[in-house]
Ligand binder design. Structure first.
Ligand code: SAH
Length: 259
């Protein structure tokens, strides 16, 4: 009997958004409904997982910063093995799959086996967090750039452009920043960031237990006490109502000197 090899289905990398169904794109929802195998990580919300059709094989590959985690090699191997079965495989990641999602490592694993894939982007946690606090991530006259950074990387606490971040008006969305908060605070203040620089912690973005904590750089580590869920730190941004009251304060002489 002659066997005709069917072309493999492209693996779909899907960004699930930070939690709620309303933050999932229509394209992602469609792809999810067609999935025969779903490999997801820890940050995908239950509302999203509920869309997965009955009978679909669901593999939880939760990874946790510093904590117990599936090694990346095991995730890559699972992805390749499932794709080789010819079924429709979805790799589901929280937020956007291209932001701190190890997407490249997984694409390269597929490429090494000549397996096709496509990417369906999602809303990243910072975008939804900024909306929750009523702020824009960029603003004319305040910040010409937005930094997306991680508190820690493979080498430990991540090094950053501290001078740039310490300049007045700088805005950064800090992912995985809870454990490194004291380090971030120290480096930023050492480089001249004002102690009163606003920082907003948004925990469990887009989930029923979402929490917004407005603080300032000088008080950041303490403000994170009791923050157990995933959190984005919006550095340089205060919750909108607090921003209004800060603007009523007399100008800070140190800030004037920087200007
Ligand atoms: N790809 C994801 C980021 C994964 S890295 C994205 O684009 O959003 C993991 C970090 O993302 C967490 O430590 C936290 O800083 C942030 N994060 C992801 N989902 C979150 C959520 N629902 N609420 C708050 N922070 C979240």
């Amino acid at each position: 009997m002659r066997q005709i090899a069917l072309p493999p289905q492209p693996v779909r990398f899907i960004g699930a958004g930070p939690g709620a169904l309303c933050h999932l794109t229509l394209g992602a929802a469609d792809a999810l409904r067609q999935a025969e195998v779903v490999i997801h990580d820890r940050l995908v919300g239950p509302e999203i997982l509920a869309l997965i059709p009955q009978g679909t094989e669901v593999i939880d590959m939760g990874k946790e910063g510093f904590g117990p985690s599936a090694p990346q090699a095991a995730i890559n191997a699972t992805l390749v093995a499932k794709a080789l079965t010819g079924r429709r495989v979805v790799r589901l990641k929280g937020g956007d799959c291209g932001i701190f999602g190890r997407l490249d490592e997984e694409m390269e694993a597929l490429e090494a086996h000549h397996l096709p894939f496509e990417i369906i982007p999602g809303l990243t946690a910072a975008a939804v967090a900024a909306a929750a606090i009523g702020q824009s991530l960029t603003r004319r006259g305040r910040n010409r750039s937005l930094r997306i950074l991680t508190g820690h990387d493979m080498a430990g606490f991540a090094d950053q452009d501290w001078r740039g971040l310490s300049a007045p008006g700088a805005v950064a969305a800090i992912y995985m920043g809870k454990k490194s908060a004291r380090f971030l605070q120290g480096r930023l203040m050492m480089h001249g960031a004002l102690p009163g620089t606003p920082v907003t912690v948004v925990e469990n973005v887009s989930r029923p237990d979402e929490r917004i904590i407005g603080t300032v750089l000088a008080a950041l580590p303490g403000a994170l006490d009791g923050v157990d869920g995933p959190a984005v730190l919006l550095y340089g941004l205060a919750p909108r109502h607090a921003a209004a009251s800060l603007e009523q304060l007399p100008p800070d002489p140190q800030q004037e000197a920087h200007a």
